[in-house]
Each structure stands twice: as structure tokens, then as C-alpha cells.
Write a protein that binds this ligand. Structure first.
Ligand code: 1HN
Length: 348
């Protein structure tokens, strides 16, 4: 009759053999592999722009040119994902600096990118043959595989938040990239063309989208803000989100890019949200105002240009005494396309 020790020894030997032969026993990891609810490595995170990020970014501006760097960016790494260039499990974020007179040379890749302008005025991004001049709060797209380059003909530094689906594309092993022959791509349309064609609640009569991306190049903050202002004057405030709108691809009504959903919300003065959670880890960028968020039990006090992260399925609440505007992005469209996305509103 076998003793418990010899059972354990036999099991250990069996596991050792499995390991050598490229196998593993499911019963040791079943509940980790199939958790009852999301168990993300993503942590609550907060970057203080004025006191921490900006000084480092300006230091980078003294140490390396945009051209040398190709992109002069400080990556925001989630503390739970250090070394992985990820702000959430599926998304990358960084802050990019371009100084007066600099160019960031043309390239293209299969990763989708968004820019959300944080400071400066008048630098441009050229995407697929058209330039757009950027201002704080503008949300600018660089859909996958489109040529893009940036330049700053203004007299001030410009900084924007880059959001890309790099970790997702890496996970899928579907990354391709090319460098342009010239620093600045040649332009085929005048500035404002995409906006006139696609962003005025009109579409060219025979136009059919040939990609999964919005044809709108720039969702300018002046218009976004006007919408928020009007909506907040006329409508009831949502107890969980304040006044929250999502950016759309006018051709589909879906997200502007297939892998990244983008949102803007106004918290009216004195607003205190109720508790909410969703499965899409979300990156917030503070546009205007100050406030506090409690996320996964951690309190964050934020101010304009700060960035913070709410992990998947962590309870969150947001409040602002003087009123605030928050931009946010996440992988929500991916989760929705796969039937995975869930949200929950507290009922108490
Ligand atoms: C990229 O193309 C940009 O075009 C910024 O500004 C950041 C990070 C990784 C890969 C490509 C840009 C990037 C990037």
C-alpha cells in the first residue's frame, strides 16, 4: 500500500516528467486561468503632470532632439506592468514633446494611435496626406497603417498624450512598420478637407469607408466643449458619469478606431458620482478643473493635465467641487466586439 509521502513523491515525479515533455496539469491552475472575476495586474496609477512629468519631459527636450529620438516620448508605465511599455494590459500611453522648429519623421505601423493635446498651440500632425493643426484638448487620430509625421512651426513647445494599442498588437503578433523616405510626407489635400467631408454631419454621397477607422482626422476641443456645455445645461446629469459622451466614427456610429474607445465627460460643479466599474481598464487625462477619484480603494487628487488609470473591474467614483472635464480611453470596442465587455452600477 502506498503511503501519503510516496503519493506525493509520485506526483512530483509525474509533474517533473510533464514539465520536461512540454505539458502541465490543468488542475493546478484552473481557477487562476478562469477567475470568477477579472484579476488584472493593472494597478491604480496617477502621474502629476506639472510637478513630475513636465519637468522630465523638458529635460528630455534638452538631451535629445525629436529627430534623433524619432519620437521624443516618455512612456507611462503602469506600476503593475513595469518594463512592458503598457499603461493597461492592452494599451500603451506616453507623453510626447515636440519643440519649435522640430519634426518627428514620417512612418507608419499597424498599431493605431491617438493624440490628446495637453499643452502648446499650433504644431501639426500630418496623416495620410493631410495636416491638422493642434490645440489643447483636440483628439487626433492616426489610424493603423497611415503615414504620419509631426512638426512644430509654432513658437512654443507642444506636448500631447499618445495612446496606442501596442500591447494588444504585440499579443496578437500582428505588428508591421515602415519608415518614410522623407521626414515630412507629401500632402495631397489642404488642411480642413477631412473635416469638411466627414465631420459636419455630412458624408460624400458615394463614399464608402475602406478601413475600420474614422475618416475624421481631428475632433477639435472647441466643438467637443460646446457639446458638453450645451448638454450639461439642458440635460439631466448621469449619477455615475456626469455628462459623458463618446467620440464616434461618423461612418459607423462605432468608436473612431477599432481597438481604442475614447470618451469625454463633464463633471458639473459639486458633482459626486456614484460607484461604477467596467471591464475596460481606463486611462483618464484631466482637461479642465480639479477633483478627486477613489479607485480600487485608493484616493487620487487630480488637476489639469494629470493622468490616472482605473483598472478593470475596480470600483470607481469621481467628484469635483468646481467642475471638471475628463478625457478617457480604453480597449472597450475590442471587448464589445468580442462580447466580453461588462459594467456594473452600484445599487445602494
Ligand atoms: C508613434 O508612431 C508615435 O507617431 C508616438 O507620434 C509613440 C510609440 C510606439 C510606436 C510608435 C507617433 C509611438 C509610436
Amino acid at each position: 500500500m502506498s503511503t501519503p509521502t510516496s503519493d506525493a513523491a509520485r506526483m512530483a515525479e509525474f509533474y517533473g516528467q510533464l514539465d520536461l515533455q512540454g505539458m502541465a496539469p490543468l488542475w493546478e491552475s484552473l481557477h487562476t486561468l478562469v477567475p470568477k472575476s477579472p484579476t488584472t495586474p493593472v494597478q491604480v496609477a496617477h502621474w502629476d503632470y506639472d510637478n513630475v512629468v513636465r519637468p522630465r519631459l523638458m529635460e528630455a527636450g534638452r538631451l535629445i532632439t525629436a529627430k534623433q529620438a524619432e519620437r521624443r516620448v516618455l512612456i507611462l508605465e503602469n506600476p503593475g506592468l513595469r518594463g512592458k511599455a503598457s499603461i493597461t494590459h492592452s494599451l500603451y500611453a506616453g507623453l510626447q514633446l515636440i519643440l519649435p522648429g522640430e519634426v518627428a519623421p514620417a512612418h507608419r505601423h499597424t498599431q493605431c494611435a491617438l493624440r490628446f493635446i495637453v499643452e502648446g498651440n499650433g504644431a501639426y500632425t500630418a496623416v495620410a496626406g493631410e495636416r491638422t493643426t493642434m490645440h489643447p484638448g483636440d483628439f487626433v487620430l492616426t489610424p493603423n497603417w497611415t503615414w504620419h509625421d509631426h512638426g512644430n512651426d509654432s513658437k512654443e513647445p507642444m506636448v500631447w498624450l499618445d495612446g496606442l494599442d501596442i500591447p494588444l498588437v504585440q499579443f496578437l503578433d500582428a505588428g508591421f512598420a515602415e519608415t518614410g523616405d522623407t521626414d515630412s510626407q507629401s500632402l495631397s489635400r489642404p488642411e480642413g478637407d477631412a473635416s469638411a467631408r466627414y465631420a459636419g454631419n455630412l458624408l460624400p454621397i458615394d463614399w464608402k469607408p475602406d478601413t475600420k477607422n474614422s475618416p475624421v482626422l481631428n475632433y477639435p476641443y472647441v466643438r467637443t466643449r460646446e457639446s458638453l456645455e450645451t448638454v450639461s445645461r439642458n440635460g439631466e446629469v448621469d449619477a455615475f458619469h456626469g455628462h459623458k459622451l463618446r467620440y464616434v466614427n461618423p461612418a459607423t456610429g462605432g468608436s473612431p478606431m477599432p481597438t481604442i474607445g475614447t470618451f469625454i465627460q463633464m463633471l458639473p460643479a459639486g458633482f459626486q458620482s456614484r460607484w461604477y466599474r467596467s471591464t475596460d481598464s481606463t486611462v483618464y487625462s484631466v482637461v479642465e478643473g480639479t477633483g478627486e477619484s477613489t479607485i480600487g480603494g485608493r484616493k487620487i487628487t487630480w488637476k489639469p493635465r494629470d493622468i490616472f488609470v482605473a483598472p478593470s473591474w475596480a470600483w470607481q467614483e469621481h467628484c469635483s467641487e468646481g467642475g471638471a472635464i475628463l478625457f478617457s480611453f480604453s480597449d472597450r470596442p475590442v471587448q464589445q466586439a468580442l462580447g466580453l465587455w461588462r459594467e456594473e452600477r452600484s445599487v445602494d
